[in-house]
Design a binder for this molecule. Sequence first.
Ligand SMILES: [Zn+2]
Length: 337
Amino acid sequence: MNSNGLTQETHPDKPWILFESKKKQDMGELPPDSFSSKISSSNFMELESTGTPSSQDYEQATSLISDLSSKKVTKAESLYSKDSLKFCRRLAPSFLKLLQTKRSLFVDSFLESTVEILKKQGQILEASIANEEELKVFIRDRIDAVWRGFARDLCCSQNKKISKITKKSWDAVFTYDGFWEALIEEEMELSNKFISKETSALQVMGRLLKKMIFFVNRGMVITFLFLFKAQDYEFREGIKTFDNYLVLSLVPEVFDYYNHKRGVFVDRCCRACKVCKSKGVNEMVLLTIQKAQQNVANFNALLFNMQISPKIELPFNPLSILHFFSVQDIEFLRETM
Ligand SMILES: [Zn+2]
């Protein structure tokens, strides 16, 4: 126990703990529109005063704010500022290695499901897949190309000033738009993978393939992260904020509301830093963060219910994972067609 009556285990290495714990308590009691600097100052009042705040209280609060935003927070910032790069620099090579594994049942299960979905849709539109094996290779190569680009962006030799992962890089592997931005020149090839008398059927199949390639990428990398990497001690070692990156990978919409240096989302941050003060931060953002965290719990529950063995060699049916992501797309109002 420290002087604030909080246990060290609950809040390791967080010098701003008094502020944070007080704030969390307040967040539970106040309406959602309480996310403002005005309320944040009143938190400090409550910490220091026993009645109507006096000018002395304001002085104390001001000095507490400046104290928090200077040396204490600076010391804490250095703890997490490298986590995003560590996370990505470990994820990129391990996922690329998985993709390039000749006979990975994990990868094959996803590719097989994708082909089945496209075949079923093709039957409705009277279109067929020109060559199923070639299509699987094509899908795998597209995903591989995006991840190679991502890995290149993380290299110091390519990107000397890199200190944390950028939103653009993150989006390339975790969002539909970012992914296809990285592959824009390939888009025209998509409808050529199908045979039909109707040009419109080919176009629809091309669009569906576009969606499915990203879906299979997302399904694979997120399952890989949640099922294998989350339990991999070596992978997680030195990345204290690992769980936050699970949230960011599953719901990349919250990327702008995460303070990488402090290792917290804005709902638990200072309300005074650049991230907290950014334009888009409002009560909707707090709800989205909450929803994102709930999605992590839901996805873990899904994997648990599927009883997938953490042994990567075993085949499994990824349809419920792909289904989870289509439901998520609706929930987060994502445009993916
Ligand atoms: Zn902040």
